[in-house]
Design a protein around this ligand. Structure first.
Ligand code: TRP
Length: 449
């Protein structure tokens, strides 16, 4: 990135793609996708998820990219410049509140990766059997330690943000993400040798259309949005740092392909293990942390694999939280005229307060529930399943129906420097497919339809 009229710009096209993929790939793929797929019946969830990624996610990525790069603003500023102050207030507030909620619970899970990484390194993990794995998870995620790790993670995030956006993280993620990818491929190959390989693959890939319920559709929609950092300005903010030369359509497609590839790899790693070790696929947010160490325990040099994996997962989480934090920081800086340092302190402090509440949801506050959910679950559910799709709905309708056609075309073709052959299908998706699909799923889940 280089400073350009006080606003940073990614210097290379590769850098822009790598950081965008870095934002998308994170705990959403490796922790959230398997547990959501497990809760929602596997194959049925997988088909809906992939359909949403490509039919709703890719068009919305293009829309957010156009808005972000075309206005070079935060979410609030982008809507204000293109649509007006009322729309900006609605979409901007939704995005900023949701991004801080996500940052809160995300930091807790990222904190678990720190704990697991250090415990692996010191040989302190005991996963000789499934019960031990569960017990270990419980002891590692209750008490004061998860609070400490949540704070440690947020401090790491803070340091990266304060030291001039992404120079360091850009370089780190260019190296780390390919390594993480290779490691995932290696674990996939290992899955092949597990006794539950067939059952696991059937669970995640065999499409059982009769299992597609409103809950499955709702969950898959939320997961697609979460995984692509969509609907609340994550990608819009990042695109505001793209150079004029970045090809937006291609970046959107590359991001969606790599992001879903990582989610599928995670599924291929987790489910054969779930069936081999007799763990319930419905375990929820704890699933991956209970299953993975069982896998590592059976590998030669397991603790080394385990340490490396959790270290990379920690770094993948950081590349995601940097983008999440950037939503509110760019808003505080540009709209509220705060210094970058103040803005970063403010959003980190809010995330820390929220994060501590979420961390306690697994310990002293586990009995404190709202609508039957702990604070942790509630933050995730409200932000991912409501705020993000609602934000996506607004973005699709706005870009599809109200933004000047030429503005969008110019963004996608760099002022006709090259062609973008999919302009018509894109418009159709934004005008009709995305809003109607999101609306139907909402009507369906509320029982109106
Ligand atoms: N997509 C990330 C993941 O899968 C999460 C994420 C990063 C995000 N940036 C975001 C979610 C912005 C919402 C908004 O882990």
């Amino acid at each position: 990135m280089s400073q350009n009229n006080s606003r940073a710009v990614f210097t290379t096209r590769f850098g822009a793609i790598a950081t965008t993929v870095g934002s998308a790939v994170g705990l959403g793929n490796i922790w959230r996708f398997p547990y959501e797929a497990g809760v929602h019946g596997g194959g049925a969830f997988m088909i809906c998820y992939l359909a949403f990624v490509f039919l709703i996610g890719v068009p919305l990525l293009c829309a957010e990219f156009c808005m972000g790069r075309g206005t070079r603003s935060n979410i609030f500023g982008a809507y204000r410049k293109l649509g007006g102050p009322h729309l900006a207030r609605f979409a901007g507030t939704l995005g900023i509140v949701a991004s801080l909620m996500i940052l809160s619970f995300y930091s807790v899970v990222a904190g678990w990766t720190v704990e697991y990484c250090l415990s692996s390194l010191t040989g302190g993990l005991d996963f000789s059997d499934t019960a031990a794995g569960h017990g270990q998870f419980v002891s590692l995620t209750t008490g004061w330690r998860p609070l400490l790790w949540t704070a440690v993670f947020l401090v790491a995030n803070f340091v990266i943000l304060i030291s001039g956006v992404t120079k360091g993280i850009e370089r780190a993620s260019n190296v780390m993400m390919p390594i993480l990818f290779l490691l995932l491929v290696a674990f996939c190959i290992n899955s092949f040798f597990l006794p539950g390989f067939g059952d696991g693959m059937r669970f995640i890939f065999a499409p059982d259309f009769s299992k597609i319920t409103p809950q499955v559709l709702f969950g898959a929609l939320g997961q697609a949005f979460f995984s692509l950092s969509l609907g609340i300005g994550g990608m819009m903010t990042y695109a505001s740092y793209f150079s004029d030369k970045s090809r937006l359509g291609r970046t959107a497609m590359t991001t969606a392909l790599l992001d879903s590839a990582v989610a599928i790899l995670a599924g291929v790693i987790i489910f054969p293990a779930v069936f081999s070790f007799g763990i319930s696929p419905q375990a929820g947010p704890t699933l991956v942390f209970e299953v993975l160490p069982n896998i590592f325990d059976r590998l030669p040099g397991g603790m080394i694999w385990s340490t490396l994996f959790f270290l990379l997962l920690f770094l993948a989480s950081l590349t995601s939280t940097v983008s999440m934090s950037e939503i509110s920081i760019s808003y505080f800086c540009e709209e509220k005229k705060m210094s970058r340092t103040r803005a970063t302190v403010l959003s980190s402090a809010i995330a820390l307060a929220g994060g501590l509440l979420c961390a306690m949801s697994f310990g002293v506050m586990s009995d404190f529930t709202i609508f039957g959910m702990t604070v942790f679950d509630l933050f995730d559910y409200v932000a991912s399943n409501f705020c993000m799709p609602v934000g996506g709905f607004v973005c699709a309708v706005f870009v599809g129906w109200f933004v000047d056609r030429k503005f969008i075309k110019d963004q996608l073709t760099d002022y006709e420097a090259y062609r973008f052959p999919l302009l018509r299908p894109l418009r159709f998706c934004l005008r009709w497919l995305c809003p109607v699909a999101i609306l139907l799923i909402f009507l369906n889940i509320t029982g109106i339809l």
